[in-house]
Design a protein around this ligand. Structure first.
Ligand code: BDR
Ligand code: CA
Length: 311
């Protein structure tokens, strides 16, 4: 039976590819797509989710807009990575359907209530909506199977020396999620920086004769630009968000450790840091499976294979 999940995303090039990978995978049943403010302003991330779903012909998908800003801070956006639209690069169709009249919080709560089995939450943006859900509906925690998130790092950050973007944007929300007691899989930069797509992989995607793969190739062309800066030391571009879906589909491609992870919410130099207790120095119970690496070739094969399934 397909695993029920809700994608909470801020598309975003890699969010869009995570969504496409999920919807190409019969092992997964995407119940709803909710959007967070992050890579771009909330109106743009919502519009981008609708545009990608329109491209996929998935007008049936319930989509709802999330919180307009982080819990306690001003919104920071990543337009230097994702461009003015948040999905610069390909020409995408205008949305052919409307979002739900309800909020992301209400849609997630409704999906959890109605699902006969626990649902996996897959946030690939700041954790604002997930924190609000946990605070507003503690009674629904039992309907959450696991939170598989993209965020954080055991090593250095990518937005500040200490912090990864998604956690840095809303550290208070991340703190609530990591303290929730729910099973968490953390796809942080330790693994996502290994999940690099190379130029030759993009050419493989471009050779797949369907419009979705063509769009993904153009998304990747744009995503490459920011990551070509030699300061990163990358040979390609890190496909952060699709790691969440790939872990659900093929966990054997990944390795990681169960650790205690705490969120820095007031550090002068370390705000938004995920403090990962790799060596059990605190003696506190583990609260996350922290992924540390993956089989890159297997990961790219999975993506290419799923892109071939579109008509
Ligand atoms: C994360 O930040 C965003 O720009 C990406 O979509 C990803 O979720 C990586 O730090
Ligand atoms: Ca994202």
């Amino acid at each position: 039976m397909a695993l029920p999940l809700i994608l909470d995303c801020d598309p975003g090039h890699d969010d869009a590819i995570a969504l496409i990978l999920a919807l190409a995978s019969p092992e997964l049943k995407v119940l709803a797509v909710t959007t967070s403010a992050g890579n771009q302003t909330p109106d743009k991330t919502l519009n981008n989710a609708l545009r990608i779903l329109t491209l996929l012909g998935r007008h049936d998908m319930p989509v709802a807009a999330g919180a307009p800003r982080p819990l306690a801070r001003e919104l920071i956006i990543a337009d230097k990575v994702h461009g003015e639209s948040g999905l610069d690069g390909p020409r995408l169709p205008d949305p052919a359907f409307a979002p739900q009249a309800m909020t992301a919080l209400e849609l997630m709560a409704q999906c959890l209530r109605e699902s006969p089995e626990p649902v996996t939450l897959v946030p690939t943006g700041p954790l604002t909506n997930i924190a609000l859900l946990l605070a507003a509906h503690p009674e629904l925690k039992q309907k959450i199977a696991r939170i598989v998130l993209m965020g954080g790092a055991a090593g250095p950050g990518n937005w500040t020396p200490a912090a990864e973007f998604n956690i840095y944007v809303d550290p208070e929300a991340a703190d609530m999620v990591f303290k929730s007691g729910l099973p968490i899989t953390m796809c942080g930069l330790d693994v996502t920086h290994e999940a690099q797509v190379m130029e030759e992989d993009i050419e493989r995607v471009r050779a797949i004769p369907n419009p979705v793969a063509q769009c993904v190739a153009q998304l990747l062309d744009f995503f490459m630009i920011y990551h070509r800066d030699p300061k990163w030391g990358f040979a390609g571009a890190p496909l952060h968000d699709p790691c969440t879906i790939a872990w659900l589909l093929a966990p054997s491609l990944f390795h990681g450790v169960e650790c205690r992870v705490d969120i820095e919410t007031c550090g002068i130099h370390t705000l938004g840091m995920t403090v990962v207790d790799r060596y059990d120095l605190t003696g506190r119970p583990a609260n996350a499976l922290v992924l540390l690496g993956l089989d890159r070739v297997g990961f790219i094969e999975l993506l290419v294979q799923r892109l071939q399934t579109f008509g």
